[in-house]
Design a binder for this molecule. Structure first.
Ligand code: HEM
Length: 479
């Protein structure tokens, strides 16, 4: 069972994440207004905002998923409170160092900091090492946290039970809850990509301190960067799915979901394919061996289909012709699954080699990943935050409040995303601070995006006030 300490630290995580989210969205709106020409900022400021926004968003929605599974995992195994605190402290220190390197040092090599950009210093000299150290602090904190959670699972379940292999045969003696299976699969992927990040940073530092004696291989660095970046961005979604498998039926007043042979098979496939899908980021790197490009395309399809298939099937079966108890929590989960699938389809379209020739590095890319983040994973986590915050307070919100907030969220989210999709389909490139005359259609679409993003922000602020108020009560209540 969860303890008071784990309740309080989860409340701190939630308030921290929501505060950083509001800042992140404001940076996003400022970027869109700049692209629209409504405000005028220097390209350096734009790229500082873009780098800070990208890394902050990836970081907070990763830790949101981790904090949620940590809290729920206490139902099955005992987790370490100390490690949870260490992860929180290192995350806060890491984010402060990162923001110092970007906002003060003006480091602006994007969230992918693709080699050799960090060495093409167009910012304060100290900003590059500080940026790399900030990633080290974050990476070490998260690696310790992931390893600790995985160790706790393995103290209770054998390896084959943690991966639910016994469910591939009839009548298994031990049942692995879907929550444990998905958490385990996801933690393996997270640990693998965090180790890649550590190797990447070591290689960066080796070159930095070698005074030109050691030069990295650019293709290896790009492979490592995308193995880390693509994988963590996807795994954080699966953390959200673990939460849905645990809570959807519970909050809907339905029997708990069980692991079946196809759930076990699908998630085990996901583990393999998610680790090789990143090759689709290197389609335009013609020195990459051709076989890996084919692996990239196949894995992109195979990674998304099994997990999406069984999750959509499970959610569909749970709601189809069944009277369930709808609340803000399962509505957010439901809309989030839809956003995840739509964004996933957008990703698969882009990951198809013949389409990628046209869509590569256009606004189609932020279109699809913002769909499964801003209208997918974020909603999984906010669903959890809301559920958590109402666990210890008697009063829940009126139907009117739920309807109103969700309507604002949907209008804002869909409008914001459409502006990205339309621009992407029209070949407007991503990561332009201003659009030249040849791409002038990008500017009005950016303004449209900014207006709808502001509507989305209003919904988030309502959630923020509602959830943080309850979390503060949890934090300061004696028991
Ligand atoms: C309404 C909320 C949001 C707004 C207004 C917004 C806006 C933007 C804009 C304008 C860009 C630059 C697009 C370009 O390439 O031209 C961007 C990039 C990005 N956004 Fe968001 N965003 C929002 C939410 C999110 C969320 C929830 C995530 C979660 C992961 C996220 C992650 C990213 C990432 C990773 C990048 C790429 C940064 C880079 O290229 O270095 N954003 N966003």
């Amino acid at each position: 069972m969860e303890s008071i300490k784990s309740r309080k630290i989860t409340a701190i995580w939630i308030i921290t994440i929501l505060t950083l989210f509001v800042v992140g969205i404001v940076l996003g709106i400022i970027m869109r207004l700049n692209q629209a020409g409504t405000i005028v900022q220097s390209p350096v400021t734009f790229y500082v905002n873009m780098t800070t926004h990208g890394l902050t968003m990836i970081g907070i929605w990763f830790v949101a998923g981790m904090a949620a599974i940590n809290y729920l995992m206490d139902r099955y195994v005992k987790t370490s409170y100390t490690v949870n605190v260490i992860a929180l402290v290192l995350t806060v220190i890491g984010v402060l160092m990162l923001w110092t390197s970007t906002f003060i040092g003006k480091f602006h090599a994007a969230w992918t900091f693709l080699y050799p950009l960090p060495f093409k210093v167009m910012w304060a000299q100290w900003a590059t090492p500080l940026f790399l150290i900030s990633l080290t602090v974050l990476g070490v904190g998260w690696l310790i946290w992931s390893l600790s959670l995985m160790t706790q699972i393995l103290k209770k379940y054998t390896i084959s039970q943690a991966f639910a292999w016994q469910h591939l045969k009839k009548n298994p003696k031990v049942e692995t809850p879907p929550f444990i299976l998905i958490s385990m699969i996801t933690l393996v992927g997270i640990i693998a990509c965090l180790i890649a990040a550590v190797i990447l940073i070591v290689l960066f530092f080796a070159e930095y301190f070698s005074n030109g004696a050691f030069v990295n291989d650019a293709l290896l660095m790009k492979n490592l960067t995308y193995f880390f970046g693509h994988t963590i961005a996807n795994e954080m979604l699966y953390l959200g799915l673990a939460v849905i498998y645990e809570l959807f039926s519970e909050v809907s007043g339905r029997p708990k979901w069980k692991t079946t042979w196809y759930v076990s098979l699908a998630w085990n496939f996901t583990l393999v394919f998610i680790l090789t899908a990143f090759f689709h980021h290197l389609y335009m790197d013609f020195v990459q061996p051709e076989g890996l490009q084919i692996v990239g395309q196949l894995a992109s399809y195979l990674a998304s289909l099994p997990a999406a298939g069984v999750t959509v099937f499970s959610v569909f079966i749970a709601v189809y012709r069944t009277k369930i108890k709808w609340s803000l929590t399962n509505l957010l989960f439901f809309i989030g699954v839809a956003g995840w699938v739509i964004g996933g389809l957008g990703a698969v379209i882009d990951a198809t080699i013949s389409n990628n020739v046209v869509l590569h590095n256009t606004l189609w890319v932020p279109a699809h990943f913002h769909t499964y983040n801003a209208m997918g994973n974020v909603l999984f986590s906010i669903g959890f935050f809301y559920w958590f915050s109402t666990q210890f307070t008697k009063k829940t919100d009126s139907k009117m409040f739920t309807k109103l907030t969700l309507t604002i969220l949907l209008i804002g989210g869909i409008g914001f995303l459409l502006a990205f999709y339309i621009a992407g389909a029209d070949s407007i490139p991503r990561r332009y601070s201003n659009y030249p005359a040849e791409l002038s259609v990008g500017a009005p679409l950016a303004l449209w995006g900014a207006i709808f993003a502001t509507i989305y922000l209003i919904a988030i602020l309502i959630f923020f006030l509602n959830i943080s108020k309850r979390c503060l009560k949890i934090l300061f209540s004696p028991s």
